[in-house]
Design a protein around this ligand. Structure first.
Ligand code: NAD
Length: 351
């Protein structure tokens, strides 16, 4: 079998013509290093920057003409051109800000994870629903071209019935706020892989089993290594394994791969954060491999595509993909994995 896949088939829409005013709240590492360059390149309209530390807001504002700069959220919310607030503070800081922003009638594009507990996340979803504002959570990996190319292969059915999804990731984040945050590796960073596995399989597991380990001398307060097994309804006929070792100081051996195995063929996606390559091989000619170098990056299309989905959802008056309501499923999986790692038992998802 030969797969014909062009970049235009899988690259996300970047709706530069949608002119909604965006206010950034929290101008930290993520906003400065990833969102700001992507939004600038996409031509999105950032009209206000707010951070408790004024200098942080100024650094980010410098890239966008002359937006309002403030340390006071109320000042940003009273700016008439702010229609969408990109909420890039930490999960445990979000709830009072969500209350304030929703009360002002502004839509919210929140960074992940939405909240430090399921109950708090459900509360935020309810607050936004009652206020009639859109809540989306930035799971931008869904818009990264390598992941979209793999999803396209799955959706076209070329792999047949997908029965196994496996993720291996090797990185190092045993420093900074990552090391201070409880359960960071599963709930904060790892939530990308929980989300992608749901994106690829189309299913949410009903039960998870996780193991983790602490490493001698590590800085992080919680384990930086996990292995999580997902168990689905039997009718789904699929299994998922996620393994993330995020404490490998030997950087030269960092890597990231997804294997997706189906009844007709298999796909391997390697290093989606860098020069990503997607390879496929089919049951009818198993000695042959067809490979694609993915066009586009997690850094640009991922972030511009995710905010693009928010802009289009607001424009069309519909629930966005990766809405707050939908993100609750990721949190259910992640918190069940944390509980499983602690108890040593399989854990059913909370409903
Ligand atoms: N989508 C991704 O791939 C990705 C990557 C990195 C971080 N994140 C998420 O983004 C969030 C921020 O991460 P970061 O690395 O930028 O953290 P950071 O600590 O560098 O930045 C947070 C900023 O928020 C500001 N802040 C806190 N409370 C505030 C308030 N009440 N009003 C205004 N500003 C306030 C802080 O001063 C700080 O500048 C986290 O939830 C993190 O998980 C997502």
């Amino acid at each position: 079998m030969f797969v014909d896949m062009q970049p235009a088939d899988y690259q996300p829409v970047v709706p530069s013509d949608l002119n909604y005013g965006i206010g950034l709240v929290g101008c930290g590492i993520l906003v400065e290093g990833l969102e700001m360059p992507a939004y600038k390149k996409a031509g999105y309209r950032v009209v206000a920057c707010c951070d408790k530390i004024e200098e942080r807001a100024h650094i980010v504002a410098a890239s966008f003409g002359s937006p309002l700069v403030t340390t006071d959220l109320e000042v940003l919310l009273s700016h008439p051109e702010v229609q969408i607030v990109d909420l890039a503070v930490h999960a445990h800081q979000r709830l009072p800000l969500v209350e304030q922003i929703a009360a002002a009638g502004k839509h919210i594009f929140s960074q992940k994870p939405l909240a430090p507990s399921l109950r708090e996340a459900e509360r935020m979803v309810g607050i936004c629903r009652n206020a009639g504002v859109t809540l989306m959570v930035n799971q931008q990996a869904r818009w990264a071209p390598p992941h979209r190319a793999l999803k396209l292969l799955i959706d076209r059915g070329v792999l047949g019935h997908v029965y196994a999804i496996t993720h291996f990731h090797r990185a190092y984040q045993d420093y900074g706020w990552y090391a201070e945050r409880e359960d960071f590796n599963i709930v904060d960073y790892g939530i990308h892989y929980v989300d992608l596995s749901r994106y690829f399989s189309g299913y949410t597991p009903r039960r998870v089993k996780a193991t983790t380990a602490m490493v001698p001398g590590q800085n992080a307060v919680s384990p930086m290594i996990y292995t999580i097994l997902f168990e689905y309804e039997p009718s789904a006929q699929v299994t998922t394994t996620l393994h993330f070792n995020n404490i490998i100081s030997a950087h030269a051996l960092h890597d990231q791969v997804w294997f997706v195995d189906g009844t007709r063929g298999s796909a391997l996606l390697s290093d989606p954060a860098g020069a990503a390559r997607l390879s496929v091989s089919f049951k009818d000619s198993p000695e042959r491999v067809q490979s694609f170098d993915s066009a586009g990056t997690w850094e640009f299309e991922g972030f511009a595509g995710s905010m693009g989905e928010m802009l289009m959802a607001v424009e069309e008056g519909r629930e966005p993909e990766s809405s707050g309501r939908e993100h609750l499923e990721n949190l259910r999986v992640a918190f069940a994995a944390v509980e499983s790692a602690r108890s040593g038992e399989s854990v059913e998802l909370r409903r």
